[in-house]
Design a protein around this ligand. Structure first.
Ligand code: F6P
Length: 466
């Protein structure tokens, strides 16, 4: 089988080492090993009709990385518009932030159609397509319209919300109907899967049997595939990374003080405001923890052209500054706040340095930072993960200290508990989490999805005898 993996963002650059986490970082090692062709956006746009849409095609392991310049006239409406101002807020249950014009929807569909046409270049009789994430909900339907009959799978990296919330997205019906062109639709959690099936049953009136739904496209299988990491690789990386200059400098600056770490894209779904408020509350309620524990918060700028993101950036910067002003001392800064991305190697070293990992999104598909923080710990003296119960990762990492990110007081108390947790309890919790990480690696996730996609072909009609 020839596999073609498609995502909006791909791991770029000579070393292919992405500067921020998420989908691109997670996929890189497995796609590289699999020999698949990975197709995504080059990050640049181009005007007019394109004879050759691929800006760059380079080797990636035994396969290739193919990057397209997307159409200039539609990029804004597709990326900042429909994908990130209508779908993203809806998928993260922020109906109040949904902004969508019909032009944006049109651009979204145009980019999906543009990508479908470009993908034909890689189509062979034994090709299977695996489409990633909410940028390309309609790509399968576009491929079918072009006559593609090969298997097409789809995996959503974000949550899928309750049907009432998705019903707030203009054109939701058309889009979900288009998703049924996929042979296999994968979600991170059972809740996401149930919400999707609930929509199909209640809003589209479709019958679902054993997680299989039949539409005009044929059968679609709907299943759960929680994404993982490579815990062993991450552990090795983190042990080595402690000698990286950034990590050594951080260690030297701590003077015995304990460190909590948060690493997120600067996104309203990540619960950053509530997290900072929880630290503020903790230092207020337990002044003895001032100077004893500080927070390193990395908040990588993201989607800055969208108003909600610009507003969050200003609000967060002001809040951090207020909290530092309130609790800081001439020789102590409570929150080290950084608006930039770091390589995975450096992040692995930073995670290992921190006694507490704080991952407190309001809603998150999986959240791989939570898994990476755990894998990066020193087995002899592991740190404690404080994890939102609304991150997909909480289903597996249930021996983390689970918190409700809306309960600021509760989070403040839990962070304080994490800081002073005895070694035996830390090890017990950490070992249980490592076991889960080893049982659900990224390699396993990739193989499970590809196998399941192939299996969907078993119930397709056999070719007519010639
Ligand atoms: O969670 C969905 C996701 O695609 C992540 O995998 C990734 O971290 C993020 O969104 C990427 O956002 P963007 O490409 O807009 O920076």
């Amino acid at each position: 089988m020839n596999l073609v993996v498609v995502s909006n963002r791909v791991a770029r650059g000579k070393t292919h080492e992405p500067m921020t986490g998420g989908l691109a970082a997670a996929l890189l090692p497995v796609v590289e090993k699999s020999g698949a062709i990975w197709v995504g956006s080059s990050g640049r746009v181009r005007d007019g009709a394109q004879k050759e849409p691929f800006a760059e095609i380079e080797a990636l392991g035994a396969g290739a990385l193919a990057m397209l310049d997307l159409p200039a006239a539609h990029y804004g409406g597709y990326y900042e518009g429909f994908a990130n101002s209508a779908l993203w807020p809806a998928l993260h249950s922020r109906s109040d932030l949904i902004r969508a014009s019909h032009e944006d929807y049109f651009s979204y569909r145009e980019v999906n159609s543009f990508m479908a046409k470009a993908l034909l270049r890689f189509q062979k009789p034994d090709t299977a397509f695996w489409i990633q994430d909410y940028h390309f909900l309609a790509l399968g339907a576009e491929l079918r319209d072009l006559g593609v009959t090969q298997p097409i799978g789809f995996f959503l990296h974000t949550p899928w919300p309750d049907r009432a919330v998705i019903g707030g997205v203009p054109h939701h019906r058309e889009l979900v109907e288009a998703m049924l062109a996929y042979d296999l639709i994968g979600f991170q959690t059972q809740d996401d899967c149930d919400n999707f099936l609930g929509y199909l049953a209640a809003d589209l009136g479709l019958a679902i049997e054993n997680h299989v739904v039949t539409s005009r496209y044929g059968k679609s299988h709907v299943q759960v595939f929680p994404i993982g990491i490579d815990p062993q690789k991450f552990a090795e990386q983190s042990a080595k990374a402690v000698s990286h200059p950034d990590v050594s400098r951080l260690r030297r600056s701590l003077h015995g003080e304990k460190l909590a770490i948060g690493v997120d894209r600067l996104d309203y779904s990540k619960g950053l405001i509530n997290r900072i408020k929880a630290f503020d509350r903790m230092w207020t309620l337990q002044p003895a923890l001032a100077r004893t524990v500080s927070l390193l918060q990395i908040a990588t700028p993201s989607r800055g052209a969208i108003e909600a993101y610009g507003n969050l950036q200003s609000e967060l910067a002001k809040l951090v500054s207020d909290v530092n002003g309130q609790h800081g001392e001439v020789d102590w800064t409570p929150i080290r706040y950084l608006n930039k991305g770091f390589s995975q190697t450096v992040l692995a070293g930073l995670y290992r340095t921190a006694q507490v990992g704080v991952v407190t999104p309001l809603h998150d598909g999986m959240n791989l930072v939570a898994k990476e923080y755990v894998a990066a710990q020193n087995p002899a003296d592991p740190g404690v993960l404080v994890l939102s119960k609304f991150a997909g990762a909480a289903n597996e990492l249930d021996t983390a200290l689970l918190v409700n990110p809306n309960d600021i007081d509760g989070m403040a108390r839990t962070i304080a508990t994490a800081v002073s947790m005895p070694l035996t309890e830390r090890r017990m919790r950490w070992e249980a989490m490592m076991e889960k990480l080893r049982a659900g690696t990224i390699q396993q996730w990739f193989a499970d999805f590809v196998d399941a996609l192939q299996e969907t072909q078993a119930d397709k009609a056999p070719p007519e005898p010639v």
